[in-house]
Design a protein around this ligand. Structure first.
Ligand code: UP5
Ligand code: MG
Length: 209
């Protein structure tokens, strides 16, 4: 996809930082398409006939990062579909996406340095990164609370601990990589959702368009 036609913003932050919560507000007000890598993986896991179902289930439960071939493919397909193209045609190199426009929030991806490099090379460079910064104690509180009703297989104390470890060891280096390139907007994720959103909007002023 060409960056002239397609706008990509990566939305990053630890597990439970509020990425999904803020993305839904941004979708409402700015006309983005929201693509959560985690949601796409969970949908693929539950898709009858998926060859990756068991693999995805296993990785998510253990808070580990699913091999990027799977995730990049799901994101690319979802982007093509959102722009009205047939993903199968695009994969076969036959779909013509030139001139199609799209604005995407890519939530929870890239989580590993090689994914960041690969995606920007193979799919589309990101405009910038929105990073929601939240202490672990607060993220843990939110996830345990959500776990009472979410049905998510990774919203339990054991999986949460593993997700935090992966975030610190593997995903924070991605944020630091973009920060070294001056491409990160950091937003304090501790306040109430509406306050975090107001801050997000202030930071975005002048950076979209
Ligand atoms: N909440 C939100 N904002 C709040 C606020 N300001 N104050 C108080 N409460 C707030 O929010 C989490 C909870 O907190 C909700 O109950 C919300 O109401 C409340 P949410 O907006 O859902 O936070 P989010 O950051 O989206 O949390 P999520 O749990 O989705 O983050 P993860 O990054 O852990 O989950 P994700 O779905 O992205 O990934 C899950 C797994 O998929 C990964 O662990 C990994 O195994 C796999 N994965 C990959 O392998 N590769 C990928 O590229 C992506 C995922
Ligand atoms: Mg989420």
């Amino acid at each position: 996809f060409s960056p002239e036609d397609v706008t990509v913003v990566f939305v990053l932050g630890g597990p439970g930082a509020g990425k999904g919560t803020q993305c839904s507000r941004l979708v409402r007000d700015y006309g983005f398409t929201h693509l959560s890598a985690g949601d796409l993986l969970r949908a693929e896991q539950d898709r009858p006939g998926s060859q990756f179902g068991d693999l995805i289930r296993d990785y998510i439960k253990n808070g580990q990062i699913v091999p990027m071939e799977v995730t990049v493919q799901l994101l690319e397909n979802a982007m093509a579909a959102a722009m009205g193209a047939d993903p199968a045609q695009v994969q076969a190199g036959k779909g013509d996406l030139s001139g199609r426009k799209g604005k995407f929030l890519i939530d929870g991806f890239p989580r590993k340095l090689d994914q960041a490099v690969k995606f920007e090379e193979a799919v589309c460079p990101a405009r910038f990164v929105l990073f929601y910064d939240c202490p672990e104690s607060e993220m843990e509180r939110r996830l345990l609370e959500r776990g009472k009703t979410s049905g998510r297989a990774d919203d339990n104390a054991d999986s949460i601990r593993k997700r935090f470890r992966t975030f610190v060891e593997t995903s924070m280096p991605v944020v630091e990589y973009f920060a070294r390139q001056d491409r990160v907007i950091t937003v304090d994720a501790r306040p109430e959702p509406d306050d975090v959103y107001r801050k997000t909007q202030q930071e975005l002023t002048g950076r979209l368009g």
